[in-house]
Every structure is written in C-alpha cells, then in structure tokens.
Design a protein around this ligand. Structure first.
Ligand code: DGL
Length: 270
C-alpha cells in the first residue's frame, strides 16, 4: 500500500492550526503531526534563546516521529530559530514571515499595517523585510500583546478580544491603511471578528496557503509515495500539546473540525 509523507508542524500553541488547515487541503494524503507548545505560550514576548531552545526540542520530537519535512507554523519562531534549525537538521524546513510582499502588491492607499508579535516585529529578519519593501509603500507595525492568549482560550468573539482588536487596528486605519497583514498564525482564527470590526473594504492578508504550497514544492518526490503497511485514516492527524490536555481540548474542538488524536508531548521534549 502507499502512504504519503509525514509532515511535522509546530507553533507556540494552537495558532499554527490555521496553517495546518491549508496543509491538510494541499496534501490530503499526508500524515500530519502537530505540536502545540502550550506550556510555553506565548513565544512573542520571550527571549530569543528561549524560543530557539523550544524550537529545537520540538524539531527533535517531530523528527523522532518520522517527519520528512518540518513546518514552523509560527512567525516568531521562524524569525528567531529558522536559521539554526536549518543548520542543525538536513530535512526541508519551511518557515513563515508576515506577508509583506503580497500586501504591498494589493494596497491601493499605499499604507499597509502589520499585526504581529513583539518578537517578530523586533527581529532582524523582519527588519530586512521592511528594508526590502518599505520604500514602495508606508508600512506601519503594531504589536498585539494579549491576542494570542485570547485565541488560546478559544475566545474568538468575546468582549476582551473585540476591545484588543479595536485598540490595535484603530491607529493603523487612522493612518490610512487599507491592507492589514495577519503576521501571527493565531490571528487568522480572529479574521471574521477583525473583518467585522475594520469593515469589508480593508484587505486582510495571511500566509497559510503560501506556506502549504511551498511545502508541497519542497517535499522530496520519493517521500510523497512510499510503501507502508500502516493505513489508518483516523491517525492521519496527530496533535500533541506540551500543556494540559483537558485544558487544550475545548479550544482544539473550536479550531480543528476533523477527528484528531490529542496527546501529551513526551516529558523529555517539554
Ligand atoms: N503563532 C505565533 C506566531 O505566528 C506565536 C505567537 C506567540 O506565541 O506569541 O508568531
């Protein structure tokens, strides 16, 4: 029998499930293993060395599970750890960054707002992006402390979430932004509420679909169809958390609508 590649995906928490949705659609045969590093969320305000150490632990776990490729479904971890992960491990590693290039291409007002974590906005990698595209349009950045926590709690529509989104988007809209980049993988889950609060004329841009396409291009052909005895449709998506399983379950049920086994990450990787 034939099975597809095994893809390892990680994020600080449940945010990367927004990317996993796109991967699932692009590679429906693939075996997907996702790790939510919920015991350590949020990454956005933690020191770079801490995020790097967590990223390496999660990569080691996913490789031990047979991953053929890794997806860093986290802008913050990509900014901080993608280079050292690629130096350490030889499998394809796909990262992500705020979609500045596509946003610059669609903006008509010439003002683009970036919603992201402080860690992403302060990174050298993001500075390089700004340098590259910042001359073509005005790019305004906005750190969004607290938004990741709202998504982790499964609060996608509540009063506090609304208040935070209004607080973070208002200055960008006031300065004429017509395009907002969702520069953190947690934020696509808030897209319906952001859309409601900013209005339908504002374009929202996220990177999940582009990451899935990039992954498809990078997979070694021989790994896309390899022989195996193991065919278990319900085991196709495995989700691990470094946090508390009972706490993670209700949020997972809101964000991931297919059967998936939720398990605890083995303690040596926590
Ligand atoms: N979802 C992540 C990102 O894309 C990290 C958010 C966080 O833990 O602060 O940046």
């Amino acid at each position: 029998m034939v099975a597809s590649a095994t893809i390892g995906v990680f994020d600080s928490g449940v945010g990367g499930l927004s990317v996993l949705h796109h991967i699932r659609r692009t590679l429906p045969e693939a075996r997907l293993i996702y790790v939510a590093d919920s015991a350590h969320v949020p990454y956005g305000d933690k020191p770079a060395a801490y995020i790097e150490q967590r990223s390496h632990a999660l990569a080691r776990f996913l490789i031990s599970q047979g991953a053929d490729a890794l997806v860093i479904a986290c802008n913050t971890a990509t900014a901080v750890a993608a280079a050292s992960l690629r130096a350490q491990f030889s499998l394809p590693i796909i990262g992500m960054e705020p979609a500045v290039k596509p946003a610059v291409a669609v903006s008509k007002s010439g003002v683009v707002g970036v919603l992201a974590t402080t860690g992403t906005l302060e990174s050298a990698r993001f500075a390089a992006l700004l340098e590259r595209y910042g001359e073509e349009v005005e790019i305004i950045t906005q750190g969004c402390p607290g938004l990741v926590e709202q998504v982790e709690q499964g609060d996608l529509h509540g009063a506090k979430t609304r208040e935070l989104i209004t607080r973070y988007t208002a200055p960008l809209l006031a300065r004429g932004a017509d395009t907002l980049i969702l520069g953190c993988t947690h934020y696509p889950f808030l897209a319906p509420l952001i859309r409601e609060l900013v209005g339908s004329e504002i374009t929202l841009v996220d990177t999940g679909a582009a990451v899935a396409r990039q992954l498809q291009r990078r997979l070694p052909v021989e790994r896309i169809c390899r022989a195996t005895d193991e065919v278990d449709a319900t085991a196709q998506v495995q989700i691990y958390t470094s946090g508390d399983i009972a706490q993670a379950q209700p949020t997972l049920a809101k964000l991931w609508h297919e059967p998936a086994k939720l398990r605890g990450l083995p303690s040596q990787y926590c």
